[in-house]
Design a protein around this ligand. Structure first.
Ligand SMILES: O=C(CO)[C@@H](O)[C@@H](O)COP(=O)(O)O
Length: 234
């Protein structure tokens, strides 16, 4: 992929979070990676979305060295880089402060799989990170945020659980492409809102069974997926 194409895809992912109502002001940030070159493209820090252009997207290497920069990169860059290094399958990362997912993050509650809508995108509860230590906060806050996300995902397949809630902060999602990461961010907010309302309507509500969760997730994901169309049969 050319750097221009990567920057355009990353710009579109950033703008899609605004169109979807997932971010306000300059909150959030989206990035993408070209695994062939190890180039990461990310939103510039603090730039209003309505003014953002593709040539303002910042390009860095996986170790954070600047490749192409007119503006300073997102202040969350180090978190994105930790995730790209830990999860080689992913091609994009999105951070938002979307309302309901952030309510769960601030309230220190993982998002439980209460229905098949959740199961269509997340194979289990959306994990919550631990709180960072004062030393981490003081010395390596942004990178430690990424470390805490990787710890929260643990030995689960990051492509089966493409999201995590940072305690006291907000959600991060990822995917194979910027567009897929943006869809996962949108669906995370949707299932968070459904979960919150379901938990209010029925306190003590229990998650769906593992059998139903897996049946629905595998219906859309993996080699045996039966959802949608095969190849170019449309
Ligand atoms: O996490 C936060 C703020 O808590 C960020 O999403 C927000 O400040 C956006 O920062 P950037 O504009 O990406 O540097």
């Amino acid at each position: 992929m050319s750097l221009e194409a990567l920057k355009s895809a990353v710009l579109e992912a950033n703008l899609s979070t605004v169109r979807s109502g997932l971010v306000t002001a300059t909150f959030g940030n989206a990035s993408g990676i070209d695994r062939a070159t190890g180039t990461v493209a990310i939103k510039p820090s603090g730039v209003p979305y309505e003014e953002m252009t593709a040539d303002q997207i910042v390009a860095v290497s996986l170790d954070g060295a600047i490749i192409d920069q007119r503006l300073r990169p997102s202040s969350d860059l180090a978190t994105h880089l930790v995730l790209y290094r830990a999860f080689p399958e992913i091609g994009a990362v999105i951070h938002t402060h979307s309302t309901y997912a952030t309510i769960f993050a601030q309230s220190m509650v993982p998002i439980p799989p209460l229905g098949t809508t959740h199961a269509d995108y997340f194979r289990g509860a959306v994990p919550l990170t631990r709180h960072l230590t004062n030393t981490e906060i003081g010395e390596r806050y942004v990178e430690a945020t990424g470390d805490a996300i990787v710890e929260a995902v643990g030995d689960r397949d990051p492509m089966e659980i493409p999201a995590a809630l940072v305690a006291g902060h907000g959600p991060f999602t990822w995917g194979r492409t910027p567009a897929e990461a943006a869809l996962n961010a949108l669906m995370l907010e949707e299932v968070a809102r459904m979960a919150w309302c379901s938990m209010m309507l029925r306190p003590g509500i229990r998650p769906i069974s593992t059998e139903l969760l897996d049946r629905h997730f595998l219906r859309k994901h993996g080699a045996a997926a039966t959802y949608g169309q095969l190849g170019d049969e449309t």
